[in-house]
Design a protein around this ligand. Structure first.
Ligand SMILES: Nc1nc2c(ncn2[C@@H]2O[C@H](COP(=O)(O)OP(=O)(O)OP(=O)(O)O)[C@@H](O)[C@H]2O)c(=O)[nH]1
Ligand SMILES: [Mg+2]
Length: 487
């Protein structure tokens, strides 16, 4: 699709200061869409959604209510029992909910058909609806319409997807907070201040003679810009935590062959996922397991033992392990405590470019330790370390705690805490912060107002891009393509 600018109908960039910023293009969302909203497979109930101006008429044409009233004669938010028919053939007995116009999720007439949850049956009803004139919905199109119809902003639309995809309770809480508008509110406040600043600066440029006390004016401007800076910093405060909640945290388990990497993965996964033998070089490929660590979605990755490769397959496995190490958020370096380390200092692969991302795990502590006191001390000075046995399970709780500590668990405090979860939001807000800092510098050095106006406009656009007040079709396509069909 081409890169068109989408302006929401209720957009209030109404001031003449800003009107020149946008070219208004109205996108046609007039057709009626439909989709199965429940997951594939068998279930007690299946749901089909229909949304658009012909939703009621189309559904009426295949539905016979138990009592006389047609759907189009019923009030909003009512349920009607009856039969879906193809000509005279009964397809299913169903309950139908209707939500009309602005009072529906999408902001337009919406019908939900609750039928029995069989895939053939659902497909049949869907086909009937399409034959009567509805179009199959794109992924996330119901939510996209809610956005276009001004029911929610883009942060809330994204929160819908994040809520559905939330891998842990903590991620769900963060998504609900965003859905409730806890990100939208501070962004709107920032936008209001930016609009006011822009209007003042434009007036100053257009009518320079009317400006009386310019030093006072500058002070006011600086204090407004600092206000934005504080609000933006507050939003960015939990960005690291948010990114982990959204994208997960990758921990690679690495070490020499036979150190017990796969055994540790199995104990963390609470099941026998990886093959364990006493032959060094058992693991060749990477193996991933997702675990919830105190609310954070953590992916543990078992890797091939690092040594001089013997053969082509092992060589590939080791290359893959090294790649995973460099791309990871954290490395558990696992070392066999029952074997004497051949070097006086710890030697780690070059791919671990930051000691801060390492937790040193001494494994096999059920066996006699063969390390010198000196070596233990050296490790403790450089890395957080823990002694475990992947056979008996001892020390695993301590390892859990060390990981949780690194995940900044304490940063999420209350339900309404704003946690930026998407890289898109984080990058745009960092851009706002940079631009505001530039404006503050410009003001202090008495740079021309025109240049400050440009920075403020760019900040306004960046905030608008987060909320969707300023967005392109390409951006919307990208965001909504991650949604499931029917949402
Ligand atoms: N005594 C004892 N043996 C262990 C422990 N952890 C693993 N082992 C044994 O060590 C051997 C190697 O374990 P793995 O988990 O396959 O080791 P690995 O690091 O994945 O080895 P590669 O895949 O070959 O690199 C197996 O015989 C395990 O049973 C432990 O805590 N104590
Ligand atoms: Mg292994």
């Amino acid at each position: 699709m081409s890169s068109l600018l989408v302006i929401k109908p209720d957009n209030y960039y109404g001031t003449n200061v800003l009107s020149a910023l946008f070219e208004k293009i109205v996108i046609n969302y007039d057709d009626t869409i439909t989709a199965i909203a429940t997951p594939p497979g068998r279930g007690a109930i299946g749901i089909i959604r229909v949304s658009g101006s012909k939703a009621l008429a189309i559904t009426d044409s295949i539905f016979t209510p138990l009592r006389a009233k047609k759907l189009s004669e019923r009030k909003t938010h009512t349920l009607t029992f009856g039969k879906i028919k193809n000509a005279e053939m009964i397809i299913d007995e169903v309950l139908i909910g209707i939500m009309l116009g602005k009072s529906s999720f999408s902001g337009e007439d919406t019908v939900e058909i609750y039928c029995h949850g069989g895939s053939v049956l659902l497909q049949q009803i869907l086909n009937l609806i399409v034959n009567k004139g509805a179009r199959l919905a794109q992924p996330g199109e119901f939510t996209r319409r809610a956005f276009v119809n001004g029911k929610i902003d883009l942060t809330q639309a994204e929160a819908v997807a994040d809520l559905i995809n939330a891998p842990t309770e903590l991620a769900r809480r963060a998504a609900v907070s965003q859905l409730e508008g806890n990100l939208r509110k501070p962004l709107n406040e920032i936008r209001e201040i930016l609009i006011n600043i822009l209007a003042d600066l434009e007036a100053e440029i257009d009518f320079p003679d009317d400006i009386s006390d310019s030093s006072n004016k500058n002070q006011l401007l600086i204090s407004q810009l600092n206000k934005i800076k504080n609000k933006t910093n507050l939003l960015l405060k939990n960005a690291d935590t948010g990114r982990i909640l959204h994208d997960g945290f990758q921990i690679v388990i690495a070490g020499k062959p036979n150190a017990g990497k796969s055994s540790l993965l199995n104990i963390l996964a609470s099941e026998e996922r990886a093959l364990v033998t006493d032959i060094p070089g058992t693991t060749r490929d990477t193996l991933e397991v997702d675990v919830n660590i105190e609310g954070f979605p953590v992916r543990f990755i078992d890797t091939a033992g690092l040594r001089t490769a013997r053969g082509k397959v092992e060589k590939h496995g080791i290359a893959r392990a090294k790649h995973m190490i460099s791309a990871s958020d954290m490395v558990i370096w696992i070392s066999d405590i029952s074997k004497k380390t051949p070097t006086a200092k710890p030697v780690l692969p070059d791919e671990i470019n930051d000691n801060k991302k390492v937790i040193w795990v001494w494994n096999k502590c059920d066996l006699p330790a063969k390390q010198t006191k000196n070596f233990f001390q050296k490790i403790n000075e450089i890395f957080p370390s823990v002694k475990i046995s992947a056979i008996t399970g001892s020390g695993i709780n301590e390892l859990h705690n060390l990981i949780a500590e690194k995940l900044h668990k304490k940063k999420i405090l209350a339900d309404d805490d704003v946690v930026l979860m998407r890289v898109r939001h984080i990058n745009l807000l960092r851009k706002v912060l940079n631009l505001i800092n530039c404006s503050l510098k410009s003001l202090k050095s008495n740079t021309m107002s025109e240049l400050i106006v440009m920075d403020i406009r760019d900040s306004l656009n960046a905030v608008g891009e987060i909320t969707g007040d300023f967005s392109t079709e390409d951006l919307l396509d990208k965001i909504f393509s991650d949604f499931c069909i029917g949402k």
